[in-house]
Design a protein around this ligand. Structure first.
Ligand code: ADP
Ligand code: MG
Length: 401
């Protein structure tokens, strides 16, 4: 097979562009720079976490034509660190530079209705689909909903993340007021399922169709925000883990996806008492549940993103240590430190524990619920990692989950 020069890998020192300068772009830039690439970041906020470490920073809105033109001029290839970038901006960029993932994949991930419709078709052959749901776009849709969907979760169809734009609904009589409080916008109402586990699978697919994956992650959320991820062999018995991995690869393949993709799953018990995967949502980018891969795998999700962007070969990442990843939110920063008290959490105490890897995102202000950093604890087995994680949680005052 003859490969175009692009598919033989970008030249050394090529410039990789990214829309968004948050923590994902920051960790992506670390990986890109380690491999000798230049990085260009576009973000409206000059204090964004990636701004201080990328080679080249463009301050501008994601739909500002001048900023997009600068990104085109300074990048050889472009990607995005978040799904809510206007699809029209990706299409515009794609007329001038290769953009991975493409606007089509991102536009599906932006909209829960499109996403669920796509999942229902994409994983049908495996008997995997989304949670039972109905679409609500007008008041009369509400009166027509069967009582079988309750208790339920009402979710805005677009722009929701970290549990934002979601309301739990115990009884049909609460639905109208809840929908009104979400400004009567397009929503999906999803049956609330009893979850045995929440898991995610991160895959990376290149332009040649080669698809590799990280090991299955088990996730725990607190107030809608990821609090803890655990990764270890047999966290879910192998045939079930393989099913989720296969479904994630199928989704990437059917999207003709190029880049890193995270697919979130729920494990439930079906009517026959068997475990059953339900596909929840996808993120067209590296994901919070994959941060552990920097410290616990021989190939991280960020290096995978660089490799897919630069058309470098992929190999299956190997988990070399069991891992627990704890998110560090702004909640644990002292609000007004007294004299003699540290203005930041006691990092010196957690860094003294073996296997602890501290990652901070250089955010200038700590706020409740704001992701400020994460800590990955690696160990020879998951029990040891959990023991150290418990110590970290109690030292820092993180939720004891
Ligand atoms: P977000 O975009 O905020 O991540 P999700 O759809 O992933 O939205 O929902 C956030 C969390 O809410 C999930 O990780 C899960 O813990 C819970 N959740 C969402 N949908 C359901 C459901 N249908 N049944 C049970 N729990 C759910
Ligand atoms: Mg989610």
């Amino acid at each position: 097979m003859s490969l175009s020069p692009l598919l033989c890998g970008l030249k050394e020192n090529a410039s990789l562009g990214i829309l968004g300068g948050g923590q994902l772009a920051r960790m992506w830039a670390h990986a890109a720079q380690a491999m000798g690439f230049r990085t260009v970041v576009l973000d409206p906020d000059p204090q964004a976490p990636a701004a201080s470490i990328c080679h080249d920073f463009i301050q501008g809105a994601y739909d500002d034509p001048l900023a997009l033109d600068q990104l085109i001029a300074r990048s050889d290839v472009v990607s995005t660190e978040f799904e809510n970038v206007p699809a029209s901006s990706l299409s515009y960029l794609a007329r001038h530079r290769p953009v991975f993932p493409d606007a089509n994949a991102v536009s599906i991930a932006q909209d829960r209705l499109k996403e669920k419709t796509f999942f229902a078709q994409a994983c049908k052959s495996m008997g995997i689909g989304p949670a039972p749901y109905v679409y609500i776009e007008k008041e009369s849709d509400i009166t027509a909903i069967s009582a079988d969907y309750f208790p339920a979760i009402l979710k805005t169809s677009t722009l929701g993340y970290d549990g934002k734009g979601q309301i739990k609904i115990e009884h049909p009589s609460q639905l109208l007021a809840a929908w009104e409080s979400l400004k009567k916008g397009p929503c999906v109402l999803e049956k609330q399922l009893d979850l045995l586990k929440e898991c995610s699978v991160i895959v990376a697919r290149n332009a040649l169709g080669q698809c590799v994956h990280l090991p299955l992650q088990t996730n725990l959320h607190v107030k809608g925000i990821l609090a803890k991820t655990e990764v270890y062999p047999e966290s879910v018995s192998e045939p079930w883990a393989q099913q989720a991995i296969q479904a994630a690869c199928l989704i990437a393949e059917q999207l003709h996806y190029v880049g890193v993709l995270c697919v979130e799953f729920f494990l439930i018990q079906n009517a026959q008492g068997e475990p059953q995967w339900v596909v929840n949502e996808m993120a067209p980018r590296p994901h919070n549940s994959g941060h552990y891969s920097i410290d616990a795998c021989d190939l991280s999700q960020f290096e995978l993103q660089v490799r897919t962007m630069a058309h470098l070969p992929l190999y299956a990442p190997r988990l070399h240590s069991a891992a627990v990843m704890l998110n560090v939110l702004g909640d644990i920063w002292p609000s007004s430190p007294q004299q003699g008290e540290l203005a930041c959490p006691p990092w010196h105490k957690v860094c003294a524990l073996p296997g602890v890897h501290l990652h901070l995102y250089d955010k200038k202000q700590a706020r409740i619920g704001r992701k400020m950093g994460h800590i990955t604890i690696t160990a020879a087995d998951i029990e040891q990692a959990r023991q150290s994680a418990k110590k970290v949680q109690s030292i820092l005052g993180l939720p004891l989950v």
